[in-house]
Design a protein. Structure first.
Length: 417
């Protein structure tokens, strides 16, 4: 039958039609960096965007150009893009002021962080969420990565008013396309991907995952990602500033596969937990997800075009993972590999193996919390995400051939799809 875009909520069509003046008139204005920066300075009363880090302007300018000239957004998408960029600029201003007022934050040590990575749709999110149940681990939540200033206070972290702000922002896409709940769980208090911190440096797969912006995507694929990881580290330093005791950060993003060299340049003592799944299944699920997101923002994409773009991106990612692993920049004792099928069969056993590999203790209370988390969130509770590789218009045998080295190197089983 082929992939068809899901139904958008009725309010989106009202907004697109311009039936909510004067709001809709403002949504047609162009994406201009100096205008958006000026507005952010006016909102916050702050002026320093971190001009000591000029790299962010190149990413901002390229992003705004692609949003204006490539993304083909309707008013829903333009409103969301304006809102998102505005929040990023506000937070950069707040971070620069915080560092000015508390320069000691730059001395905060980020030691032996664990990065969960692997192809999209391979179980990285649920593994990250399970590791978050161990009180010995510190996992950044959505609201913390979206609004890290001021640093959270331990006694009020669970009721911080920024949780509601983050919830409202990240639930926008579900309000536009309700079926998104069945595809990817979202909440202001759930663990958040590192790409949200990278977005503050305007070098992030977060943008390319939400908008069809090929010019920006091509630049991002080749740009120096160390500024993004450096800013990511600064965000972690701020988040832990008021947290006493040792902090063992556990972080996550599939996009790390594309930028492992930059990650290790900034975090030379990193440990990496990599999830693996048949890449053809990954491409089918991911292409459906991204085509749905594009549809939410009024940029109806042909899933076959999305699939071709994602195939090139993730074949590159798997090639980079293989080359980086073989280069030996990280000791084998600092790697942990897990298969999606094994994780689905016995997730706690995979967690135990991860802890053993990294020389960590998994106590009974942490394991109990992990089991309770799984029991409270059964797979498919929001509905099923259905997808088919046949919808992608790709040469199955050709793609399989491109990924042979990866599957052999990491013993990734082939699935029926």
């Amino acid at each position: 039958m082929g992939w068809t875009p899901p139904q958008r909520a009725a309010w989106t069509e009202t907004l697109v039609a311009g039936d909510i003046p004067p709001l809709t008139d403002d949504l047609d204005r162009p994406f201009v960096a100096e205008v958006l920066i000026g507005e952010a300075r006016g909102r916050t009363g702050l002026t320093d965007l971190g001009e000591g880090d000029p790299d962010f302007r190149e990413g901002l300018d390229r992003l705004l150009y692609s949003l204006e000239h490539e993304a083909n957004l309707d008013r829903v998408g333009r409103w969301w893009a304006h809102t998102w960029v505005a929040r990023l600029l506000d937070v950069r201003l707040q971070i620069a002021r915080y560092v000015q007022d508390d320069p000691g934050v730059l001395d905060e040590a980020i030691e032996r962080p664990i990065f969960v990575t692997g192809g999209p749709r391979t179980g990285t999110s649920i593994l990250h969420a399970l590791l978050a149940q161990d009180p010995a681990n510190r996992v950044p939540t959505t609201w913390e990565f979206l609004r890290p200033v001021p640093p959270p206070e331990p006694r009020t972290r669970a009721v911080d008013p920024r949780i509601a702000l983050a919830e409202r922002e990240i639930r926008f896409i579900t309000a536009a396309v309700p079926v998104m709940d069945a595809i990817h769980d979202k909440s202001g208090t759930l663990p958040k991907e590192c790409i949200s911190a990278h977005a503050l440096a305007f070098r992030s797969e977060d943008f390319t995952g939400q908008f069809a912006i090929p010019g920006y995507a091509a630049w991002l694929a080749e740009c120096d990602m160390r500024p993004a990881y450096t800013y990511h580290r600064l965000v972690l330093q701020i988040l832990q500033r008021r947290t006493p005791g040792d902090t063992r950060w556990v972080l996550k993003s599939p996009a790390h596969l594309l930028t492992l060299d930059a990650l290790v340049d900034v975090y030379p003592d990193a440990r990496l937990a990599v999830t693996h799944r048949d890449p053809l299944t990954v491409l089918a699920s991911l292409s459906s997800l991204i085509a749905t997101i594009h549809h939410a923002y009024g940029n109806p994409s042909d899933i076959r075009d999305v699939a071709r773009t994602q195939t090139d991106l993730w074949c590159t990612a798997y090639d980079r993972l293989t080359a980086f692993r073989d280069a030996g920049r990280i000791a084998e004792s600092d790697w942990h590999d897990s298969a999606y099928a094994d994780f689905m069969r016995d997730p706690i056993a995979v967690v135990r193996e991860l802890y053993a590999t990294f020389g960590l203790d998994l106590d009974g209370e942490a394991e109990r919390r992990m089991r309770d988390h799984l029991a409270a969130r059964p797979q498919g509770r929001h509905g099923r995400h259905t997808y088919s590789f046949d919808d992608l218009g790709l040469d199955r045998a050709g793609i399989r051939s491109r990924l042979t080295d990866y599957q052999k190197r990491f013993r990734v089983p082939t699935e029926e799809i």
